[in-house]
Design a protein around this ligand. Structure first.
Ligand SMILES: [Zn+2]
Ligand SMILES: [Zn+2]
Length: 404
């Protein structure tokens, strides 16, 4: 192991080694780690445990500003990471090995422990510079983002604790960019996880039985797939008013991700289920989209739709001069010569809960010149970029927390 490693990198790797992996994240070790960091840095911290989910702790840190009456800056990150297919990794996903070129390999290196760790390093830097921000800064380390956030951010935003924070603006996660620009997300697609359940006639599988569960489901799946193909085409050919090509966030994706049913090859099953992951672009009217989907099953008797994940708010954060937080963010990036690409986040983040409360939020992870490896095998981040990111956040947080 390298002995003259930057202490910030060492702390990042320690954070990556904590196995906060779904479906059984080690939140207790993680909370202790974060509390210790806050203590070292010299900011207050507490664990929030909601009565119905005490094993889902939220760590909330606070650095009080010079004027606590002003609305505050929230730095949010989730502590959980998605599962791994260990045999597909070249090193232990929770070993945080550092390759010769400085790549740090670990689940969560991009999504999103790099961001949570950078916030802390930025605060550490600002404290060391003897600064105290004008506005109070809160840091939230929330569980369960990767499984929908019900016990995490959704719980937090609906709590009295949250109202008391008086949040004026929040930062949250972004995504890597293989190119030099920084992706900045001002909105996200709405994730619906849908189960279509079809029931039908049964009998011997050697015959032509009418209206079997499978034949109904087959037709329904085809309707979803036709819609999918049209959206995929839109992504290929779509162009915005300003001449920019469509990005993934500008169209709606549909993927058939689960199939369930059947008992034996020669028995027609009574019930079959198809699960879809649907990501709806913010431009789409959610009510009308739902009607369209219901249309897909309307003419098939004894079929129904169930929602495993549902959200009915798709508002975005303003990126114009009416939003002073955006203006400050943009000015800061300009001064740093940081090229930014404002986009709609293609997947879902905890920002949706924040935005639904009417609070502006931007998603940005300092992952430029980095391949997109979230949820993938051998997820990594180069230490040089990680350290650059700390510098970026130090200046950014200083700017935002001193917004008059
Ligand atoms: Zn994430
Ligand atoms: Zn994720």
């Amino acid at each position: 192991m390298c002995t003259n490693e930057h202490p910030a990198v060492a702390r990042f790797r320690d954070y990556l080694r904590i196995k906060t992996v779904q479906p059984n994240p080690d939140y207790e070790t993680c909370s202790k780690f974060l509390l210790r960091q806050a203590e070292e840095i010299g900011i207050s911290a507490k664990i929030i445990r909601f009565q119905d989910v005490p094993e889902r702790p939220i760590v909330l840190m606070t650095w009080e500003g010079r004027d606590p009456s002003l609305s505050t800056l929230l730095l949010n990150s989730h502590t959980d990471v998605v599962p791994v297919f260990e045999d597909q990794w070249n090193s232990d996903p929770f070993g945080a090995a550092k390759l010769e070129n400085g790549d740090i390999v670990a689940r969560g290196a991009q999504d999103m422990k790099c961001v949570g760790a950078s916030y802390l390093e930025a605060i550490r830097n600002l404290k060391a510079q003897g600064k105290q921000p004008l506005r109070t800064i809160h840091l939230s380390y929330v569980p369960d983002e990767e499984i929908g956030g019900a016990a995490g951010m959704e719980h937090l935003v609906n709590s009295e604790d949250f109202t008391k924070l008086n949040v004026g603006f929040a930062l949250d996660e972004g995504i890597a960019n293989p190119k030099n620009g920084l992706k900045v997300f001002y909105g996200e697609r709405t994730a619906w996880w849908v189960n279509v359940i079809a029931r039908g006639n049964v009998g011997h599988a050697s015959m032509f039985i009418k209206d079997t569960a499978m034949s109904k489901l087959h037709r329904i799946i085809n309707r979803f797939m036709d819609f999918r193909a049209a959206q995929e085409k839109q992504l290929e050919i779509g162009v915005h008013h300003n001449g920019k090509r469509y990005a993934l966030g500008d169209v709606t994706s549909v993927n058939l991700t689960k199939l369930q049913g059947g008992v034996q090859h020669n028995v027609i099953p009574e019930e079959v289920i198809a699960g879809f992951d649907i990501r709806i672009s913010p431009g789409v009217d959610l009510h009308r989209f739902k009607q369209m989907m219901e249309g897909f099953i309307l003419c098939e008797s004894d079929t129904r739709i169930e929602y495993a994940q549902y959200f009915d708010y798709n508002g975005t954060t303003k990126i114009d001069n009416s939003n002073l937080w955006w203006v400050a963010f943009q000015d800061y990036c300009k001064e740093r010569d940081e090229e930014i690409e404002p986009e709609i986040f293609p997947a879902a983040t905890d920002s949706r809960f924040i935005r639904a409360k009417g609070i502006p939020a931007l998603g940005v992870s300092y992952l430029k010149n980095t391949p997109v490896l979230l949820h993938d095998h051998n997820e990594y981040l180069n230490e040089k970029i990680y350290l650059e990111g700390i510098d970026f956040y130090t200046g950014l947080i200083n700017r935002l927390a001193n917004l008059e």
